[in-house]
Every structure is written in C-alpha cells, then in structure tokens.
Design a protein around this ligand. Structure first.
Ligand SMILES: *Cc1c(COP(=O)(O)O)cnc(C)c1O
Length: 357
C-alpha cells in the first residue's frame, strides 16, 4: 500500500530531494537564527476588522494592496503582481517562460529555491559558479547562453547566503548579454537592508523581473506575501499563470496595514536596529578564536567561516541555538549562515560560542 502510487509520480519528482527549509530541519531550539526572519514584527498592531468578507472570493490582485506596494516601490500598479511569498514569484516565472526542454541558469552559492522550482517543473538547471570573490562569471554565463537553451537567469542581490550585493555594472552587463534571449530575475528579498534597488531601472529592461517579499525586513514571514516587479506586459503574462485567487483576504488586509506610511516607518526603524546589531555581532564574532572570517554583508545575516563548522553547528544545535549550515555548498566549506537576532539572542549565541575551543 505505501508504495502503490509511487511509480505513477513524474520521474523528476521521484528523483527530487525536497527543499530543506529552515523549519523542516527540526531541532528543539530556543534561539532561531536560521531562516533570516526578523526577531519580531516591526508593525506590531496589525488587526483584522469585522468587514473582511470571508464568504466572498478575494480580488484576484487586491487593488489596494497593489497600490500600496506600487507607492512603496516607486512604480506603477501595472508593474506589480502580488504572490504567495517571493517563492511563488520564482515558480511562476519558470512556469511562464520555460518549456520542459529549456533551462534556467543559477550562480551558486545562491538561494536553493530556484533549482527546486525548476526541477518540479521538469526544467533543467545550468550552474555557473560565482568567482571566488562571489562575483558573476559573465564569460561562463555568456557561453552557457550560447550552448544551452537557457530561458531564465537567476541572480540574487544581496545574495543569500553570501550577503554581498551585485555591483551595478555586473548586472548591467548581464542584462545586455541576455537581452532578447533570456529573462533576468533579480531577487531582492533583502533589499531593505541594502541601499540600492534596481526597481527604477525596470523601464530600461523589459526582460528584467524583480522578486520582493514581506517575509524579511517587514517581519511577516508567516503572512506569505510577496511581489514580482516587471514591465506591464511581463506582469500580464504572469497573471495568466498564477492561481485565480492567490492572496487570501486576511493576508491582503494585514499586508496593506504593514505597507501604510506608519508601517513602513516602523519597518525602517527595525531595519536600522538590525543593522546596528549586525555590526555588534560581527565585531564579537571576529574576536572569537573559533572564527576564521566574517564576510561583509548588506543583509540581516552574516556568513561566517569557522575553523571547524560541523563542530560549531552541532554544539550550538545541542544548546538550542539553531543556525543554517553551509558546509555542504561548494565555496562555503566550514561556513555557517547566522541570522542577526535581537540583542539578547545574539548575546546567547556569543556566550555559547565562547565555550567552544
Ligand atoms: C526568503 C527569501 C525569498 C522568499 O521568501 P518568501 O517567504 O517566499 O517570500 C526569496 N529569495 C530569497 C533569496 C530569500 O532568502
């Protein structure tokens, strides 16, 4: 009985190992620094009013929510699609542009969901490793565009898990390289922690798609709300593929409050606090003998290279402090990604690390 339907599943799904999301890895943690969540929700007075009509289907793309985000991003509402988290945007772009013989191109080390979404859609994944200093290998990418049926190129800035941003000129060269040939997806999930967004450049690049989310700086990972920003024609294509009613009415009602002027101001205060905490945490980490390197980061997390990361990861796990191990990724030997927590969470982390020799 247990296996009586396994043979009916698509081959790509049988071969796929499921994404090890931060929540799935388990652990009995008291301090969760593994999913880049905000330590608390900045806009802490969100509430549902009684006029949220749950008997009706929601608006397919809630007009007020779209207007709020357009305002926030400095764009026109026609350039915005609301999605169930940034992850749905990633999947939609692949399903909209890739036939099963096509490929996406990713530049590891980077976010894991690009490859997972491609594989679940039966789409190939071409990997062009980043340079040792975490830059794009543009020559390698150019060659892959010539040789393989690459339809979508994913880049992430600031990049998860390395924390660095993609310099403007590298992105501009990538966009030129891909014009007329492939879509470029720029994942800006952490953009609020960095200074520069590419959103104002969308008018110049009809093949550019930007992924955004309320899960990180807005502290609303539980809400599952994200956005794709792109040319209106591109948004219209994605709108054909997305489910008819993707955004539940309570989600848009709460997200609109978080995107109000006061919600945005609170988010910005929380980001400023997190950046102060990040500097403090980086300084404390650099003083520890078990730490080899703390990479520069324009995000709410730090990539840290230890002398012996499996030992550190395990010791902290046992102490209920859950981090994200990166040791298994090429270029990230002995590295752990650590989310910047509240002051007391960061202190608890440092305290435990001092016990390890
Ligand atoms: C967290 C994250 C996302 C999207 O997360 P959602 O919770 O689905 O909005 C997208 N890209 C990167 C790089 C992320 O770290």
């Amino acid at each position: 009985m247990p296996n009586s339907i396994h043979h009916l599943a698509r081959t790509a799904i049988k071969e796929l190992s499921a994404y090890q999301s931060a929540r799935k890895i388990g652990g009995i943690g008291t301090v969760w620094l593994n999913a880049n969540e905000a330590p608390s929700t900045p806009c802490d007075n969100l509430s549902l009013t009684s006029d949220v009509a749950l008997n009706r289907y929601p608006e397919p793309q809630p007009a007020k929510l779209i207007a709020c985000y357009a305002d926030y991003a400095g764009l026109d509402p026609t350039q915005i699609l609301a999605t169930r988290g940034g992850d749905e945007g990633i999947e939609l772009i692949i399903r909209t542009f890739c036939e099963t013989d096509d490929s996406i191109l990713i530049c590891p080390p980077t976010y894991g969901m690009y490859a997972i979404s491609a594989k679940t859609a039966g789409v190939n994944v071409v990997q062009i490793m980043q340079t040792p200093s975490f830059g794009l290998d543009l020559e390698g990418i150019a060659k892959a565009l010539d040789d393989q049926a690459v339809k979508v190129v994913f880049v992430c800035s600031p990049n998860n898990p390395t924390g660095n941003i993609l310099p403007d000129d590298e992105l501009a060269r990538l966009l030129t390289l891909c014009a007329g040939r492939a879509i470029v997806v720029l994942d800006e999930a952490y953009i609020e922690y960095a200074k520069t967004s590419y959103a104002d450049r969308l008018v110049d690049y009809p093949h550019l798609f930007i992924i955004r989310t309320l899960s990180k700086a807005f502290g609303l990972a539980g809400l599952r709300c994200g956005f794709v920003l792109a040319h209106p024609h591109a948004i219209a294509l994605l709108a054909k593929v997305i489910a008819p009613y993707p955004i539940p009415t309570p989600v848009s009602a709460l997200a609109e409050q978080a995107l109000s002027p006061s919600g945005i101001a609170k988010m910005q205060q929380a980001v400023a606090q997190t950046l102060v905490q990040k500097e403090r945490l980086a300084c404390m980490l650099k003083d520890l003998p078990v730490v080899q390197q703390v990479f520069d980061s324009q995000t709410n997390y730090l990539l840290v290279r230890f002398q012996d990361s499996p030992k550190v990861f395990e010791a902290l796990w046992q102490a209920g402090i859950i981090l994200r191990h990166q040791h298994h990724n090429d270029r990230l030997e002995n590295c752990i990604r650590i989310t910047v927590g509240s002051a007391s969470e960061n202190d608890a982390l440092i305290q435990q690390l001092r016990h390890i020799s």
